[in-house]
Design a protein around this ligand. Structure first.
Ligand code: KIV
Ligand code: NA
Length: 265
């Protein structure tokens, strides 16, 4: 079982066989996804919503993400593990970005880091890559800028397409090994993918990319509430768990649990 490497992302770009990723925040899900052959696991700052119950990714800190990233990295044998750099941990300067990247690499066992922003983050990417750490870039809808953007708004439409392309070219030129395209029209993702030599990873950016990534609690129907249009729900974990806990509660009330087979002599 050989570890997925940076070169396997490039192979996906060059052969057209897409690479597949999910987010993960704990060892239970990481082990299942790793054994099922998911190529890469992102310990996303979406942990802010999913794990910590915040209303956005804005409040998430490095100290909150490090233990989750360590748990995911420790649980995998094959998957390439990417640590997401949270809001406020890299924007000040390339030095701040590298200091944060060092923390994730030294304290968690992750294989790469991810940060948001195109042109505005190029110097940060260049500095981190220069120190020997692979960087996944992230452009299009960037959740850490939600309040600047004005909500969960599709990016790269119409006039915005040129700026999106400039962001993509900037992160490639800065040395990113791949770039996430989040919530953009498929036509824009196709254009960006054709313009780049590095792989593009779609999060709601359609099929014309080198790979697909989804938040695991969304793809498994565990999140609840509203799901974005691009999410395909492959399971109803919320329904399964609700049924299970309801049955447990009823069994305890009726005396059906515990039964004789659950008792010690
Ligand atoms: O934090 C996250 O889960 C992400 C992906 C959705 C790209 O950044
Ligand atoms: Na993120």
């Amino acid at each position: 079982l050989k570890r997925v490497r940076k070169r396997h992302f490039q192979r996906a770009r060059d052969t057209g066989v897409p690479i597949v990723g999910l987010t993960s925040y704990d060892q239970l899900s990481a082990r299942i996804f790793d054994e099922a052959g998911v190529d890469f696991l992102l310990v996303g700052d979406s942990a802010g919503n999913v794990v910590y119950g915040y209303h956005s990714t804005v409040p998430v800190t490095v100290d909150e993400l490090i233990p989750l990233t360590r748990a995911v990295a420790s649980a995998t044998k094959r998957a390439f593990v990417i640590a997401d750099m949270p809001f406020g941990s890299y924007e000040l300067s390339p030095e701040q970005a590298l200091t944060t990247a060092f923390r994730f690499m030294k304290e968690t066992g992750a294989h790469a880091v991810k940060l948001e922003g195109g042109v505005r983050s190029a110097e940060q990417i260049r500095r981190i890559v220069g120190a020997g750490i692979p960087v996944m870039a992230h452009i299009g809808f960037t959740p850490q800028s939600e309040h600047q953007i004005g909500g969960h708004v599709i990016q790269g439409r119409g006039d915005q397409e040129e700026a999106l392309l400039a962001d993509a070219l900037a992160v490639e030129e800065a040395g990113a090994f791949s770039v996430v395209l989040e919530m953009i029209p498929s036509s824009a993702a196709k254009r960006v993918t054709e313009a780049l030599t590095i792989p593009t990873i779609s999060v709601g950016a359609g099929p014309h990319t080198s790979g697909q990534l989804m938040v695991w609690t969304d793809f498994a129907g565990f999140s609840g509430g509203r799901y974005p249009k691009f999410v395909k729900r492959y399971a109803d974990l919320r329904g399964v768990l609700t049924d299970a806990v309801t049955a447990f509660r009823d069994d305890v009330a009726s005396g059906a649990y515990p039964a004789a087979e659950h008792e010690y002599d």
